[in-house]
Design a protein around this ligand. Structure first.
Ligand code: URP
Ligand code: ZN
Ligand code: ZN
Length: 477
């Protein structure tokens, strides 16, 4: 018998891309999509999607894996467990952060991060940079060279003592983004306001986890978002405001867009599915599990975020997976202690639940079209960070990263998840769908029940120029 024309044919798929939904068989050869059509010839292997929805694998463009922390704090997920969880939740590309410590060269941070990823990842990965020390050497040499080498996006912080930049430094870094065609991601919260509020809360003995939300009200996010937009306008460069939590920051981005500024926005599951009440209504330490920045807001702000996802204000939907165990001296109880809110490691897990939450409540809940879901979770993040069309779509030539969706109702429990974190903030949530199959580069990595591990199968991806906007002639300079 002659060799089959395809390694794998995924038959009878209801293919959804950011623009279209159509019936097709998907022929896969050499890890890529070779053909889309009806009644394709046979493959070495055949899988029947039986009319189920098939989306491109998720691109999680904001997640933290094995990111160095000040001892004793350590992230629960490394590239092995983090990408295992990603795959089981339908995400086939992750973009975590190579974070520069103050005083460290960016190159050293990147080399260290490659060592952490090497041989461990189950799905493909790229790196954003975190620029915390924009010295002349970083601005003039390291950053431009790294952008050329495929690290085409970086995050800058307006808060956190060990990471924050002042306005002058932000302008310097944005000028590099402009000159070299990179995408700047900005964590927008006003550090001085937070510090002032935190000290007052501490002086009043208000140190329980729930006061984290009191120390970071929406106006500190609104002010910083406004300032970030103004700084970007001054430099004339696109920016992407990450983890937008509610109305006030949304309004700033809307204003910027209405004035023709190229300001993109990202939001995350915690702003749709959690509220400040999850940080505690009394002084229980359990609220530490939901301490993240900006903090979740309230039900009316959740609605604002839903509306802004549906109407195109948001470009990207990411997890901001920042995994810390709750019952652990290296996690939410540093050194084994229940600490004041300012010392609780910030961040919550969500790499595995991101897609199912949005599919369940967004698509099946009638709030988002299927195509909008694909755009927000896969296509746009791939475009924003220079990975499209290899990633983020179902097209001939694209990597065969695919998710077949099972639509069924169940109550989420942490024991179902594959991360190394001892809780999920979404436990008890009724979900209406979960990936029944995840293909990464044409390989089954998750079959709906079992994870098919092959540590090291994930490859590093050098990113190209962001393609959300028309490119200047010549692309990256
Ligand atoms: O609380 C959060 N979001 N932690 C992760 C770090 C960051 O700022 O994204
Ligand atoms: Zn952040
Ligand atoms: Zn983050």
């Amino acid at each position: 018998m002659s060799a089959a024309p395809f390694d794998l044919v995924l038959r009878n798929a209801r293919v959804a891309t950011a623009s279209d939904t159509f019936e097709a068989d998907i022929g896969i050869r050499g890890g890529r999509i070779a053909q889309l059509g009806l009644a394709l010839p046979r493959g070495e292997r055949e899988i029947d999607a039986a009319g189920r929805v098939v989306t491109p694998g998720g691109v999680d463009a904001h997640c933290h894996l094995d990111q160095p922390m000040a001892p004793p704090v350590r992230m629960a997920d490394d590239f092995d467990t983090g990408t295992r969880a990603a795959a089981c939740g339908g995400t086939t590309t992750v973009i975590p952060f190579a974070a520069q410590e103050k005083g460290q060269s960016l190159r050293a941070a990147v080399a260290d991060y490659h060592r952490r990823a090497e041989g461990k990842a189950h799905v493909d990965y790229a790196f954003h940079l975190i620029v915390s020390d924009p010295t002349p050497a970083v601005l003039e040499d390291e950053l431009p060279a790294l952008i050329r080498e495929g690290y085409t996006s970086f995050k800058i912080y307006m808060t956190y003592d060990d990471l924050k930049l002042d306005d002058g430094q932000i302008l310097d870094v944005l000028a590099v983004a402009r000159r070299h065609g990179a995408m700047a991601m900005i964590h927008a919260e006003n550090a001085d306001c937070i510090e002032w509020l935190t000290k007052r809360l501490e002086a009043a003995g208000r140190t329980a986890p729930r006061f984290h939300a009191h120390a970071r009200p929406m106006l500190v996010e609104r002010e910083a978002t406004h300032r970030a937009i103004a700084l970007a306008e001054l430099v004339d460069v696109p920016i992407l405001i990450v983890h937008v939590s509610g109305r006030e920051a949304v309004e700033q981005i809307r204003w910027a867009r209405a004035h023709g500024l190229k300001v993109f926005g990202e939001t995350c599951p915690q702003y749709l599915f959690l509220t400040a009440a999850d940080l505690g209504v009394d002084d229980s330490y359990l609220g530490a599990r939901c301490v993240c920045s900006p903090p979740p807001r309230d039900a009316s702000n959740q609605q604002v975020i839903w509306d802004a996802l549906a109407d195109g204000l948001f470009t990207v939907f990411s997890s901001d997976h920042a995994p810390f165990n709750y019952e652990a001296p290296e996690g939410k109880k540093p050194g084994g202690q229940e600490v004041a809110f300012r010392h609780i490691p910030n961040g919550i897990p969500g790499i595995e639940t991101r897609l199912a939450l949005l599919y369940s409540e967004g698509v099946l809940g009638g709030r988002l079209t299927l195509n909008k879901f694909v755009e927000l979770t896969s296509t746009n993040p791939a475009k924003a960070y220079g990975l499209h069309p290899r990633k983020g779509t179902i097209a001939v030539g694209s990597d065969a990263d695919l998710v077949v969706w099972d639509e069924r109702e169940f109550v989420l429990d942490n024991t179902m998840l594959h991360h190394a974190v001892d809780y999920t903030p979404y436990a008890g949530q009724t979900l209406r769908a979960w990936p029944g199959l995840t293909l990464a580069g044409g390989e089954v990595v998750w079959d709906g029940r079992d994870f098919h591990a092959r540590r090291g199968r994930g490859r590093f991806l050098a990113c190209g120029a962001p393609s959300l906007l028309p490119q200047r002639q010549g692309g990256l300079a």
